[in-house]
Design a protein around this ligand. Sequence first.
Ligand SMILES: [Zn+2]
Length: 148
Amino acid sequence: MASAALLERGAVVNRRLAEDPADRAEPVGRVDRVGRVAHLSLDDLAALRENLQEQRLFRQEQLQQIEAAPLTGDPAEQRAAALSEVRAKLTASARMVLHDVEAALRRMAEGGYGVCHLCRGPIDRDRLTVVPQARYCARCQQVRESRQ
Ligand SMILES: [Zn+2]
């Protein structure tokens, strides 16, 4: 139903990526850039965008639920403290994912989606299917994690 609109927006993203003025200043990158865009088809982009939008909605609802959930009237201070710690952790992780998902949707709209932020290489389609908000290719992600 909405797929025609999604495809159309995907085409806009691809055109924007292909016409990025940064490419003209850097002719060596041109072929690379085309390759980077070409590794994701319009169908891929449409599916990934839908996935990101679903995740955004899910996290927004999750955050609303956490915030709306009444604190139990349990007077035991320890339990209340433990509960608020769990809530704080849940909130923090939901906000983090939501932030990443929104950033990925922005990259889809503005260009640069599916390109690794570190090595500027393409992020594997398979990786994006699992983690559509990924900023780094699998290799760079591993390097980052091993450093932490
Ligand atoms: Zn990389």
